[in-house]
Design a protein around this ligand. Structure first.
Ligand SMILES: *Cc1c(COP(=O)(O)O)cnc(C)c1O
Length: 238
């Protein structure tokens, strides 16, 4: 088995057992393969292994690799695989990069201000799209990090929910960079609380069902705390 496929299988097993440990169905957390450090060849291997939910954090790079991956698959007679890929924008998004992002991505995880949401809503209207988005929360409340402040999230969710061309499907967060598992767990628990609160107050309707949290170092804790999507890169490609 090629090494990438083997690693993907290990991660998939890790996700399934973390789900079971948390009393959840083994397939209740979706793997987003973060390709920002991967080569085109590695990305092709990922797609051939059947993993089509891919994440990138920079639009410019995403455009380049999406094209190259498409060409490469086409050249090997597998253009159908290229059309199955779902790209997720997971990194900070500048307002002037919204249009190219919408042309490639099926979901944006990193919406964290009203102005960005408004920009995406307007661009989506022009492109006749209804865009699935997640609201990024700064759960560790580190000042240098992206994400809406915890105290602003409910109100922001209400505002975004009223935008006609956006579909608010959940929350996204990143844990602080620390080896201290309790600090990580506390940040994820806060995201979970906000998620449940928004859901129970029926601010945004039944589509609100995703909690995108957990990376290579902390995905097991994230699943324990309710993640429905984990975004993993270095554990696969490093
Ligand atoms: C890079 C990145 C990841 C993946 O992190 P790894 O530690 O490589 O698994 C997840 N989410 C975001 C927003 C990222 O930028």
């Amino acid at each position: 088995m090629p090494p990438i496929a083997e690693k993907l299988r290990q991660i998939q097993d890790g996700i399934a057992s973390a789900c079971v440990k948390a009393g959840r169905k083994p397939d209740s957390a979706q793997l987003i393969v973060v390709t920002k450090t991967a080569s085109i060849e590695q990305i092709i291997e990922v797609v051939r292994a059947g993993f089509i939910e891919l994440g990138e954090n920079r639009v410019q790079h995403l455009k380049q690799i999406a094209d190259q991956v498409g060409e490469s698959l086409q050249a090997s007679g597998q253009a159908h695989l290229a059309s199955q890929i779902h790209w997720h924008m997971i990194g900070h998004l500048q307002r002037n990069k919204v249009k190219p992002t919408l042309q490639i991505c099926t979901m944006i995880h990193s919406v964290d201000t009203l102005r960005l949401a408004e920009e995406i809503d307007a661009a989506a209207a022009k492109l006749h799209l209804h865009v699935p988005i997640l609201l990024q929360v700064n759960c560790s409340e580190e000042p240098q990090k992206y994400g809406a402040p915890v105290g602003a999230v409910i109100h922001l969710a209400e505002q975004i929910a009223s935008m006609p061309n956006l579909r608010l499907e959940g929350l996204m967060t990143m844990a602080p960079l620390t080896m201290d598992k309790e600090v990580v767990r506390t940040a994820f628990a806060r995201a979970r609380e906000l998620f449940e609160e928004i859901k129970s107050e029926k601010i945004v309707g039944s589509r609100f069902h995703h909690l995108s949290m957990g990376m290579s170092q902390d995905y097991e804790i994230a699943i324990e705390m309710g993640a429905t999507m984990v975004r993993i890169g270095s554990a696969i490609f490093a």
